[in-house]
Design a protein around this ligand. Structure first.
Ligand code: PAF
Length: 288
């Protein structure tokens, strides 16, 4: 496994490959967990060369967010990467990715103003800008993203389509701890009590799936109210949003109907103390 910190060295390394070798890319901000490992394993199965990037991207954090505090552990990450069979780890410093104040941003409109985009206004411009820089540097054939950040997957897929980027986006399922908590690098911030209460998120999402699959058609506003009241019953939970939308268009939906072609997403963001967790479930309700 090669660990590369400069863009020029990485470009040379990728250039030297056999043309027919597929390059699979997993972009991350490090502090890797089993969710990241599952993306790397999928890339390993499907591609001849697997590239992992680890870069905590300052551009996608707002001024009062956790950029400085974001967990970092290079040594542990490199061990996990090696175990997952990664060929190249790209580990640039901020100065390598942003050597001077950038005058260019990649901005996807509309779907970035909802869900996380409403409470984190600079976030998605930072994500799409850095991901498009990474795509230009690495030129992968396939890029793997976890559906825990389902809005991110929708936004990046849209960017790739709109800008004709020659890369296939591969969405991968959410990995959960045994008790249901969606895996996230930020889970490490939670106290034992918050960690216990955070289980209300996955529990409520699975319950909502039951209500929907047994009772359709129903009003989404009613389901949303039920979800909000379940989560609010947890004293440490402070809801940022609970939304039920079409996925991946993120269009509003009033009624769930078995004729709906597009799957729905129930997406939520909830704070436990200073830690904001997101989770979601995507449900196909069309029945013949
Ligand atoms: O999902 C993440 O970890 C980040 O948003 C990404 C895609 C690596 C871009 O910085």
């Amino acid at each position: 496994m090669k660990v590369i910190r400069s863009i020029s060295e990485l470009r040379n390394e990728i250039k030297g490959r056999q043309q027919e070798d597929l390059v699979g890319f997993v972009p991350t901000m490090g502090y890797l967990h089993a969710g990241h490992a599952s993306l790397l394993q999928k890339a390993r199965v499907e591609c001849a060369i697997v590239v992992l990037s680890i870069f905590v991207n300052p551009m996608q954090f707002g001024p009062n967010e956790d950029f400085d505090k974001y967990p970092r552990d290079e040594e542990r990450d490199l061990m996990l990467a090696k175990d997952a069979g990664v060929d190249i780890v790209f580990l640039p410093q901020v100065e390598e990715m942003y050597p001077h104040p950038s005058k260019t941003q990649v901005i996807v409109s509309d779907i970035t103003t909802k869900l996380c985009g409403a409470s984190r206004p600079v976030h998605f411009a930072g994500v799409t800008t850095v991901v498009s820089k990474l795509f230009h540097i690495i030129q992968p054939d396939k890029a793997y993203f976890g559906l825990k950040d389902a809005q991110q997957v929708a936004v990046i897929t849209q960017m790739v389509e709109d800008l004709n980027m020659p890369v296939e986006i591969v969405p991968c399922p959410i990995l959960r701890e045994e008790d249901g908590l969606a895996m996230s690098s930020r889970n490490v911030y939670l106290s034992a009590e918050q960690r216990k209460e955070a289980l209300v998120l996955s529990r409520t999402l699975f319950e909502a799936e039951q209500w929907i699959t047994t009772d359709t058609p129903v009003l989404t506003a009613d389901i949303r109210e039920r979800i909000i009241s379940r989560i609010s019953a947890s004293p440490l939970a402070e809801i940022d949003y609970v939304e039920i939308l079409g996925y991946p268009t993120l269009q509003s939906i009033e009624r769930l109907d078995i004729q709906n072609e597009e799957p729905i997403i129930i997406a939520l963001a909830v704070k436990f103390g200073a830690t904001r967790l997101i989770d979601n479930i995507i449900i196909s309700i069309k029945r013949k």
